[in-house]
Design a protein around this ligand. Structure first.
Ligand SMILES: Nc1nc2c(ncn2[C@@H]2O[C@H](COP(=O)(O)OP(=O)(O)OP(=O)(O)O)[C@@H](O)[C@H]2O)c(=O)[nH]1
Ligand SMILES: [Mg+2]
Length: 397
């Protein structure tokens, strides 16, 4: 699974990415600071299952503090998009191409209204972020439309009256975007498009198809960024009313980055997603002032920096992934004594067998049954797993 961080130029995408990965990348107050995509690992936060077994786990990747487990997930930060990107403006087509493999998007918006449509800094409050929410959707929709309609005339005529052919051809055209044939088929049906007469589909209908394909295949959460600035508050309230169907989360990526760096430096105790932190170590007056400022302008007002919540929303609410732990009914530790060392993120609908295959092909090949470790009950190959299940795979050798 891959989460793409997208948005206009200079809105804080790289700051958001850096705050969740602590990767050493460029952040700068001018548009197009990022050109090549940055990829890295971040962590979703879940209630760990170790507590239910009265244990403290030892994660191989990530961490577990106060029974809050941080499970790795891959994220990508890309170059900024500008209006007209789908026509190639601002190298838009290249940048859009970087987004193909993403399963969901975090759309970072400058909610303070402190950057214009080109991403140039302007007086905070002087630019309406509603433009950014709309323009990005249009760019993504038109990008998908462009992919669908590439060679469409010839293709649609050739496939006339051939059962299932147009869906297959469309799915092939869109396969680089992580879009399956089943999804294309169901959306063509939903829009009541005649699969035997693709040449009769109107431009409007194909645009409509592009929109539903984009929404289904690249679901999106909006990170309303720069909430530490005073002009952001009224804007976020207005955006929530203006776009009631969108998930909009108040965020301060800069605050999160400061807190994570302070935590790494041993200055504070801070768990990403928390509404507070505690000072420790030698914090000088200037550092204390900066940390107090974050408490006052972000944590006390919004309940957290919003960054962890945004990532969790993308993985669990948009994509409905589940965190599943391998474990044994009689033993939760691996051979080195590490308790519940692994945790995997699996797509919805995953079965006990899918889980075996995810861990190792050998486990799938020799799969006999599985055990639900929490209930100590045997489960079959096709049993659907649930978020926070602990599963033991039983094999024939
Ligand atoms: N006040 C405030 N400023 C922020 C926040 N997040 C980012 N910034 C600032 O916004 C500017 C742009 O940040 P970047 O992270 O480089 O933005 P970007 O979207 O990656 O920019 P491009 O790569 O150029 O598209 C920098 O000056 C950041 O310090 C925030 O939460 N609050
Ligand atoms: Mg950037």
């Amino acid at each position: 699974m891959l989460i793409g961080v997208v948005g206009k130029a200079n809105v804080g995408k790289s700051t958001f990415f850096k705050s969740i990965t602590l990767a050493d990348i460029l952040i700068a107050n001018y548009p197009f600071a990022t050109i090549d995509p940055n990829k890295g690992f971040a962590f979703v936060r879940i209630d760990c299952v170790d507590k239910e077994f009265n244990q403290q786990c030892n994660p191989r990747f990530g961490s577990c503090v106060n029974h809050q487990r941080f499970v790795p997930v891959e994220v990508m930060d890309v170059a900024g998009l500008v209006p007209g990107a789908h026509l190639g403006k601002g190298m838009g087509l290249t940048f859009l191409d970087d987004l193909r493999q993403a399963d969901a998007f975090v759309h970072v918006v400058d909610m303070a209204g402190s950057t214009n449509e080109k991403g140039e800094p302007v007086e905070p409050g002087s630019y309406d972020p509603a433009h950014d929410i709309r323009f990005l959707e249009i760019e993504l929709d038109m990008w998908v439309y462009g992919i669908i309609t590439k060679g469409w005339e010839k293709l649609s005529r050739a496939l006339q009256q051939e059962k299932g052919a147009v869906v297959k051809a469309l799915a092939k055209q869109l396969s680089g975007l992580n879009i399956s044939e089943g999804l294309v088929e169901s959306l063509v049906k939903q829009l009541k498009l005649d699969p035997l007469l693709p040449a009769a589909w109107t431009e409007e209908q194909i645009k409509e198809l592009a929109v539903v394909i984009r929404k289904k295949s690249k679901p999106m959460v909006i990170a309303a960024n720069k909430m530490d600035l005073p002009t952001a508050k009224a804007n976020v309230e207005r955006m929530k009313k203006l776009f009631p169907d969108l998930i909009i989360i108040p965020v301060s990526a800069e605050a999160e980055l400061t807190l994570r760096q302070a935590s790494k430096a041993g200055l504070i105790d801070y768990l990403p997603g928390d509404k507070t932190f505690t000072l420790k170590g030698n914090v000088n007056p200037k550092q204390k002032e900066a940390l107090d400022y974050i408490h006052k302008t972000v944590l006390d007002v919004w309940g957290s920096t919003g960054v962890q919540q945004t990532l969790n929303t993308a993985v669990f609410d948009l994509l409905h992934f589940m965190a599943i732990f391998p474990g044994g009914v009689n033993r939760l530790a691996d051979k080195d004594g590490n308790i519940l060392p692994d945790c995997f993120l699996l797509p919805p609908g995953s079965t006990a067998y899918d889980f075996a295959a995810k861990i190792h092909t050998d486990l799938a090949t020799h799969f006999v049954a599985a055990m639900d470790v929490k209930t100590k009950r045997k489960i079959g190959r096709e049993t659907l797993l649930k978020h926070r299940d602990v599963v033991e795979i039983l094999t024939s050798k």
